[in-house]
Structure formats: C-alpha cells, structure tokens
Design a protein around this ligand. Structure first.
Ligand code: FAD
Length: 457
C-alpha cells in the first residue's frame, strides 16, 4: 500500500515528478501493489511512492532530492529476492521505492575482451540472450532469470547453478556505475582486468544489498560456450552417494553444475504441477550433474546399476532441469514457505543434513519440509511450511545448527530483513562493525535500504 502523503512528502513527490515525469511516480494502492510485497509473500510494507528513473542522471537527481528531504529510499530490481530485502518494512518510516527496471539498456558485446555493459534494470535472461547471440555465455544462471535484474543479482552477489564452473556474480563484475545516497555518481566501467588503483567498488557493491548505493550499470565478463554438455538426472540412496557422483564426474570432465533435490521435492513436481519423475523408482535424493568436454559419450561416470536419465540436447536438458528449477515454485504453491539458504563445508554435509532432518521432523509447528540445492557449493535450501509468516523460532534453530558446523547463514540470497538478527552467527562483531563503518561513511544519514543487512538505527 502507499501512505497518505504528508505536506512535506507532497512537495517531494512534486519534485520527483519533475525529474522522472508524472507517469513514473506511482502513488495509490493498486499501482504500488506489485512493488510492496515480496516473492515469498512473507514480507510486505507501505511506501510513499514508487519512482521509476530511466537514466543515471535521473537516479542521481531522485537520490539527491530524497536526501535533501531526509526521505528513506528502498532500491528494487525484479523483486525476486527471497530474504525480504526488496520490499519496505511493515513498520518504521515508509520509503520511496526506487525501481531500476527502466535502466534496461544492454550495450554491444565487445568481441575483443568478451565483455558487455548492462543497465542495472536489464533482466538476467536478456543479458544471457545478448551474450549468446554474440557467441558467448554469461556465467550466472538461476530460475528467476526472466524477472531478476542484473543490478539485483550484483547487489545480492547471486549464485545459481553454474557457480562451480564460473563463480558467483562477483567473479563476473569487471566494472560498475553506482549512485550514492546523496546523488554522487561513481563511474568505473572501463573493464580493465588489471587495475590496482585502490578500492574495487564493483567488489564492494557486490553483496551490499542496496545499503551502500544504487547500482545503475555493470560491466560484465563473458565466457566461451562449451560445444556440448551432458546432463544426468540420477537417483541416489544417500547424500553421500550424490556427493561421490559429483566428485567422480569432476575428476573425469569439466563440471558445469551439480544440484540435488530430495524425494519430497520430486513428489511435489507431480502433485503440484502434474510432472512425474522420469526415473524408474523413487529415491531419497536425486542428483543433477551437468558436465562439458567429456571424453566419451556422456562424460559421466554412470553404469547400468544407476537409475538415471541422460540428456544431450537443450530441449531434453530443460525438461530435466525443471525438476530442480521449479522447486521454489512448487513449495510456494503449498503455502507460506520458510526458505533458508545456507552453506556448509562439503566434508560435513551429511552430518548437517541429518541434524536438520531431526530438527525439522521434531518441530511441532512444521507440517512438512524438504531440502534441495547446489551440492557442489555445499549450498542447501531448507524449505518448510507450517509456522506463521512471522514465527521465526524454527528459522533461528536451523541457522544455529548451521553455525555449529562453521557454515554460512546465507549462501547466496543475502541477509535482507530475514537474517539481520542472525548475522552474528556467521560474521564476527569486528567484521559487522567494519561493514557498518563503510555504510556510515557512504550513507551517513542512513537513508538507503533501512533495516536491511543492519538493524534499523
Ligand atoms: C524462483 C527463484 C529462484 C531463485 N534462484 C536463485 C538462485 O539459484 N541463486 C540466487 O542467488 N538467488 C536465487 N533467487 C533469488 C533472487 O532471484 C536473487 O536474489 C536475485 O539476485 C534478485 O534480483 P532482483 O533483481 O529480483 O532483486 P530484488 O529482489 O529487487 O532486490 C534484491 C536486493 O537487492 C537490492 N537491489 C536490487 N537492485 C539493486 C540495484 N540496482 N542497486 C542496489 N541494490 C539493488 C534490493 O534493495 C534488495 O536488497 C531465486 C528467486 C526465485 C524467485
């Protein structure tokens, strides 16, 4: 919903209309509705207005006007974030939502360097398509590709299915343009691979979740595509078997992706979407292993004892990938889903998963739960349904288990609003203080993304 403007807010809104044009300042419940509730439906809050600038200059002017008025601002890309960071808080001073979706330009691919510059509002899939049309591949891929923006993926340092091959989003960023809370523009898009001239703002802004500045454009590194890849969907008796299969595949071929879904997730694909598993039996764990440059027919270490389906062409691979990619969707269809994205050392993965299993099985409020994720990265998505949207008791218990195993409470989705109170489980007091000092230096009035990553002052 949008708040009823105070006289001061009305003056600010008039000035924002002068900057972006009246049709790009959205006020009123119907118009702001798509921007104020997040993808999980667990987080929602009021805003003063949604403002949709179309250029870096307009972003700068909007931030300068809000800064002068002491008006908090929340940055939003595709609103696919899963930790409540993309929408306003339910209480506190309502922000202006700055939507980056109109900053959607994508430059020509530079064939010499294998780089491209994209506006922050360009969709991830549009950047992938532009890279592919020019004979390259962009190294980040995730199921929300048709809604998530490049700016959002940089702000959250998104991971996805190809991290094992190409690294997280931070590894793709070779230049950045961003606007600080007071409207100052920081421009460093030249894409030099060697440039040791002080702080790397691209790295700093990766994973900053909109707390340090609004990313307006990014220079991205691209990769050479693999001529041919093989994808296997394989039934496994244990998580240990899935890990062993991944490890054997990596010794034999170039690993492009290694994912897993448990039996509950595979069953939900059938019961929610009517898509039955192509495997002969039901298995406790199903692994998805994609390799490139294999020496023989598939490059995968499979034999006749495996219950497996192997796909070589893009259509068949997409048919198998949906069993992994649509997990977030099928859990979402069952109700308000608590989603925890954690990572643990690979060597402890089986123990952690056993502990999490007992915890969730015994939790009286949990109706059902499941696990899926990126096994190669030790990154597990823990999903459970039952507790009310604001009941975080089991969430905290899960994160405490992860902390005991020296894992991270957020592998790839970020901290957002969801994990602010648990940050100390993964980061030391000294680290949090250093992060806050950087935040205070770049946004002294604390106007950008209040309550995200750091508690509201
Ligand atoms: C079905 C589904 C699958 C997903 N799979 C994955 C996955 O595999 N891996 C993964 O990492 N994530 C995944 N996600 C989460 C989500 O897609 C990512 O976090 C994505 O990076 C968010 O991009 P966005 O444009 O939607 O950002 P938003 O949701 O709009 O914002 C996310 C955060 O970034 C900030 N932000 C957005 N744009 C900017 C900007 N231009 N400048 C500064 N701050 C900004 C926001 O303030 C917010 O704090 C998935 C989500 C869904 C719904």
């Amino acid at each position: 919903m949008s708040t009823t403007p105070t006289p001061a807010a009305s003056v600010l809104l008039e000035s924002l209309r002068g900057i972006v044009g009246p049709t790009h300042v959205l006020v009123g419940d119907d118009l702001v509705a798509p921007y104020v509730t997040d993808w999980t439906r667990r987080y929602s809050g009021p805003c003063v207005a949604v403002v949709r600038p179309a250029s870096t200059l307009e972003v700068s002017s909007v931030l300068a006007a809000c800064s002068a008025a002491g008006q908090p601002v929340l940055v939003q890309g595709g609103n696919t974030g899963l930790v409540g960071g993309s929408v306003p808080a339910s209480s506190g001073k309502a922000p202006v939502i700055l939507s980056t979706r109109r900053l959607s330009s994508i430059g020509a691919v530079d064939q010499l360097t294998g780089q491209v510059t994209a506006g922050a509002g360009a969709l991830l899939s549009a950047v992938q398509d532009a890279a592919s049309a020019a004979g390259w591949v962009y190294g980040v891929d995730l199921a929300a590709r048709d809604s998530a923006t490049i700016g959002g993926t940089v702000a959250t340092n998104a991971g996805g299915v190809n991290v094992i091959a190409y690294g997280m989003t931070r590894a793709q960023v070779v230049g950045i343009e961003a606007v600080l809370a007071d409207g100052t523009v920081i421009l460093h898009l030249n894409g030099l691979l060697k440039d040791n001239t002080g702080f790397d703002f691209g790295s700093l802004l990766c994973g900053s979740e909109g707390t340090l500045g609004v990313i307006t454009a990014v220079r991205l590194r691209l990769h050479h595509p693999h001529a041919r890849t093989s994808l296997a969907m394989v039934g496994c008796a244990t998580y240990g078997d899935a890990l062993a299969l991944m490890s054997a595949s990596a010794r034999r071929s170039l690993l492009i992706a290694a994912e897993m879904v448990d039996a509950i997730g595979i069953e939900l694909m059938d019961s929610v979407l009517g898509i039955p598993s192509p495997l002969a039996s039901s298995w406790p764990v199903v692994a998805f292993i994609e390799v490139a440059d294999g020496g023989d027919a598939s490059g995968l270490p499979l034999n006749d004892s495996h219950d497996a389906v192997v796909a070589f062409d893009a259509g068949e691979q997409a048919r198998l990938w949906q069993f992994r990619e649509r997990q977030t969707e099928v859990y979402g269809a069952k109700g308000i889903c608590h989603k925890l994205d954690v990572s643990v050392p690979l060597s402890r993965m089986e123990e952690v998963l056993a502990d999490l299993g007992s915890l969730l099985r015994d939790a009286p409020t949990v109706e059902f739960y499941g696990l899926f994720g990126h096994i190669a990265d030790g990154n597990i998505h823990v999903e459970f349904i039952g507790p009310a949207a604001d009941d975080v008791e089991v969430d905290h218990q899960v994160l405490e288990v992860i902390s005991r195993y020296s894992g991270s409470i957020s592998a790839e989705h970020g901290v957002g609003r969801m994990k602010v109170d648990s940050l100390h489980l993964t980061r030391s007091a000294a680290e949090i203080a250093a992060m806050k000092a950087i935040k205070d230096a770049l946004d002294p009035a604390g106007l950008l993304n209040q309550g995200i990553l750091f508690p509201t002052a």
